[in-house]
Ligand binder design. Structure first.
Ligand SMILES: C[S@@+](CC[C@H](N)C(=O)[O-])C[C@H]1O[C@@H](n2cnc3c(N)ncnc32)[C@H](O)[C@@H]1O
Length: 186
């Protein structure tokens, strides 16, 4: 009888802890989306990586940035090509922590993740920049890329095209769901 009593207490206790942790996670994420980033930390699906890396020909001399790297899946995949530099910026707390932890185990010692606003980052040495954000931010992003990137730098934007810059290629990620990515050469 007493064992059942303790078991019920343990299960209740665990339920309370798990509910509290999940609630804190969800609430903090929502607060970051509402008041800091305006972008949900949705990650690019892994099945789209091949299409993206068929455009980004990363080699040991490449410098690649993921501006708004979320939980870091794309950045870790890029690190597998062993580029010279592989940097992600993320401004939402839990996605940043996720990406940071992944960088220790999956980043090949190359992936670097910073808790930083990418609008304040210097991208002038980039060969490749990956962008998966929301349309209201893309105007500012386009301006930054236009002013900062060196000739020859390549940008892929998942979702919507950048305003006022012509893309050189449009790749289909998932035709049924209308998912495209736009390739830019500066
Ligand atoms: C849609 S997610 C994409 C994540 C990742 N790039 C991928 O494709 O898997 C966009 C991320 O950008 C982050 N973000 C938005 N604005 C940012 C900013 N100014 N500086 C850094 N990160 C930002 C958001 O917190 C979010 O996690």
């Amino acid at each position: 009888m007493i064992i059942i009593y303790y078991l019920v207490l343990v299960i209740l206790g665990l339920t309370v802890v798990v509910t509290a942790v999940v609630s804190i996670y969800v609430v903090v994420n929502i607060l970051f989306i509402l008041f800091v980033t305006q972008v949900p930390p949705v990650q690019t699906e892994r099945q789209h990586f091949n299409a993206i890396f068929s455009q980004f020909r990363i080699n040991s001399e490449s410098v690649i940035y993921d501006i708004g790297c979320g939980g870091g899946n794309f950045l870790m995949a890029a690190a597998q090509f062993e580029p010279k530099k592989c940097v992600g910026y993320e401004l939402s707390l839990f996605p940043f922590l996720q990406a940071l932890i992944k960088s220790w185990f999956q980043g090949r010692g190359l992936a670097r993740v910073y808790f930083k606003n990418f609008f304040r980052a210097d991208l002038s040495d980039a060969d490749f920049v990956y962008v998966y954000l929301v349309p209201p931010l893309l105007g500012r992003v386009a301006q930054k890329l236009k002013h900062e990137l060196k000739p020859g730098a390549m940008v892929i934007v998942k979702g919507c095209p950048l305003p006022e810059i012509s893309y050189v290629n449009k790749i289909t990620l998932d035709a049924k769901r209308d998912y495209y990515a736009f390739v830019y050469k500066f």
